[in-house]
Design a protein around this ligand. Structure first.
Ligand code: UD1
Length: 361
């Protein structure tokens, strides 16, 4: 059978890696091809990941690049349609919540190609986030939905998206499974390949539009972290996303922030290990820090990964300077101890591929 993965943004390359490793074990029964939308295109946002994750070269690159949301989404749809028509995959795998995810799902359903959504059911309940719109709509038209947690499964259930128990799932009569997080699979795979000798820094990433595109908010957050690090006499490593770099005025005014280019996944995981506390607005890094047993100060008003909050290993602070500093200080004084395993057993990708082979093989 032919499984096609649509990827476009950094976290999707990472999620496709454990899927690809599992498919290789089923060689002969199952073929896996990658289509790259080109949403991320800089070398250090894309190519580096393909090399490090040992992903095969995409069979098609749609080269859509950066654009406003509607244009970016429309360009992907326009260029993906002929690919689906000519390649005729048995299923299109889409990942997460980006514009590439939604564009892939919309195109596939119109071409009659079943959609499988990895990371289905996550919700922030905040429709001001483009990612929330992308997730909700993708889930609504997916045929097979792979949830990373029980909460995600419940979110779908509450929206009326329920497992229909059908022999052959269809859009509107979907299959819904709780299978765990493919990123957890990947961290376990990488665990003995990363190490850090010291733990004497902090790590910061920030790329969400609601943080980067509002100068006052961006400045408030960075100032709070900069002052905190200054007092703690430790530096903050800050691999900067191109969107953030574009919006950051006077980077030299944040003396404790070591602003560097985006890192590969292995490099950033090493920086996580070297850090006492992680500051981030990224969903992916929140989980990676959790899996590596590091506390996280989340620079958002809410998170989709609520189980991490419940363990006490992460806390929401939004853009409140006092809370940013107090919570980081609390983690420095008393590191959290509860790093339970709410996101599966590290075999989510295997579950996904076996399910797809059963449904569409
Ligand atoms: C996208 C996703 C977000 C995900 C993130 C991971 C959407 C709506 N957002 O956000 O959910 O968490 O990817 O990084 O799909 N740019 C470059 N080079 C690149 C990529 C981007 O310079 O290789 C710049 C462009 O100026 C672009 C801006 O970054 O306008 C934003 O890129 P875009 O892909 O639209 O959104 P992200 O912020 O990366």
């Amino acid at each position: 059978m032919k499984i096609m993965s649509l990827v476009g943004a950094r976290p999707q390359f990472i999620k496709a890696a454990p899927i690809h490793r599992v498919v290789k074990r089923f060689k002969g029964a199952c073929e896996h091809t990658l289509v790259h939308t080109g949403q991320h295109y800089d070398k250090n946002m894309s190519e580096v990941f393909f090399e490090e994750l040992q992903l095969p070269k995409p069979t098609h690159n749609l080269n859509v690049g950066s654009a406003h949301h509607a244009v970016q989404t429309a360009r992907i749809m326009e260029k993906l349609e002929p690919v689906l028509s000519s390649e005729k995959p048995d299923v299109l795998l889409v990942y997460g919540d980006t514009n590439s995810t939604l564009a892939g799902a919309l195109t596939a359903i119109k071409c009659g190609v079943p959609i499988a959504h990895v990371e289905a059911g996550l919700r922030s309940f905040n429709f001001a986030m483009p990612e929330e719109v992308n997730r909700v709509l993708t889930d609504r038209i997916s045929t097979v939905l792979f949830c990373p947690s029980k909460t995600a499964g419940k979110n779908l259930y509450d929206e009326g998206i329920r497992d229909c128990g059908a022999d052959k799932p269809l859009p509107g009569r979907p299959r819904v499974s709780i299978c765990g997080d493919v990123m957890y699979d990947h961290i376990l795979f990488l665990a003995n390949q990363i190490e850090a000798e010291t733990q004497d820094q902090f790590l910061l990433t920030l790329h969400r539009d609601f943080n980067t595109d509002h100068p006052d908010r961006l400045k408030r957050i960075l100032m709070a972290i900069n002052d905190f690090a200054n007092q703690a006499k430790m530096k903050v490593v800050f691999p900067i996303h191109p969107r953030t770099r574009k919006h950051l005025a006077k980077p030299e005014s944040f003396a404790s922030l070591e602003i560097i280019d985006p890192l590969s996944q292995r490099e950033i995981l090493t920086e996580v290990l070297k850090s006492r506390v992680v500051f981030t607005d990224s969903g992916g890094l929140q989980k990676e820090a959790f899996y590596l047993k590091k506390p996280t100060v989340i620079l958002r008003p809410e998170t989709e990964w609520t189980e991490i909050l419940q363990t006490g290993a992460a806390v929401l602070v939004d853009d409140d300077p006092d809370r940013i500093q107090q919570e980081a200080m609390r983690y420095l004084d008393i590191p959290p101890m509860n790093f339970s395993k709410p996101y599966g057993d590290g075999r989510a990708a295997e579950f996904i591929i076996k399910q797809l082979m059963a449904d569409f093989g």
